[in-house]
Design a protein around this ligand. Sequence first.
Ligand SMILES: Nc1ncnc2c1ncn2[C@@H]1O[C@H](COP(=O)(O)OP(=O)(O)O)[C@@H](O)[C@H]1O
Ligand SMILES: [Mg+2]
Length: 288
Amino acid sequence: MSERKPAHVVVFGNEKGGSGKSTLAMHVITGLLRAGYSVASADLDIRQRSLTRFLENRHQQARRRGLSLRSPAHAALQGCAEGRQTLREEREFAEFAEAVSWMEYNYDFLILDTPGSDSYLCRLGHAMADTLVTPVNDSFIDFDVIARRAGQGRGRLEASQYSRMVAKARRKRREADGGEIDWIVVRNRLSSIQANNKLRVGSELQAASSHIGYRTAEGFGERVIYRELFPRGLTLFDVFDRDSGVRPTMSHVSARHEVRRLIDALRLPTGKARRLPAIDPLKTSIPA
Ligand SMILES: Nc1ncnc2c1ncn2[C@@H]1O[C@H](COP(=O)(O)OP(=O)(O)O)[C@@H](O)[C@H]1O
Ligand SMILES: [Mg+2]
């Protein structure tokens, strides 16, 4: 057995698609790489593969512009669509275990991006989390995935489906190695105006936090630059470099501040970064 400390596992999860899991994951990955940590990532969203596509864009951009953009060692899981459920799960478990066991002992951080729907791979990922980050948009549809009020919205707060899945993952994690999952709910795509809805979603998320067992952190505002950076394979940690091809604006400066604030709020373990390990090409499904 390895004497080395296993990687700190950060999972981005929310049963709702489009809430910002992949966008936040890309930024946390590049932020940690910039800070000198060694980072591996795995894409458990076998349908959308946004994180994988982002990294492909990043490698193309680096080649095209001759940039040196740091990227994580990455595994894009394939999943299994054929056969009986038990067989599919066996195969997916084997694929997952093979990808992450190697990464777990060779990197400081392992980042898992998960799909916006319940799946076996998604549950496996959650049960490995040291830190779970759940972005939610400013609507009661998003809040409803986490908690809801009984009695036509006026009664006591109850855990919704996703929170029950997280509770199960927490139990599994405790049974497996006594570990605890630090769950952080982050608001994403906040509008700049103080709309009523925004205030109400904020106060309900706060009210549910101790009951459901998460803490909250300030997230990202609604900014078109998050959408524009994806096809270029860049994040806000890259755009200030010379030759990035992006002319930074005040919006980039404010957004980078938001991203840094989020990474601080995650309270990830810091300490001496390990040297970057040699990348095993078999485990890195993105061309170098
Ligand atoms: N803060 C934001 N401001 C503007 N657009 C955003 C923001 N966060 C995410 N998006 C956009 O919303 C869409 C969904 O985000 P994504 O990260 O893919 O969500 P998920 O991974 O949860 O499905 C993408 O087009 C993304 O660029
Ligand atoms: Mg995604």
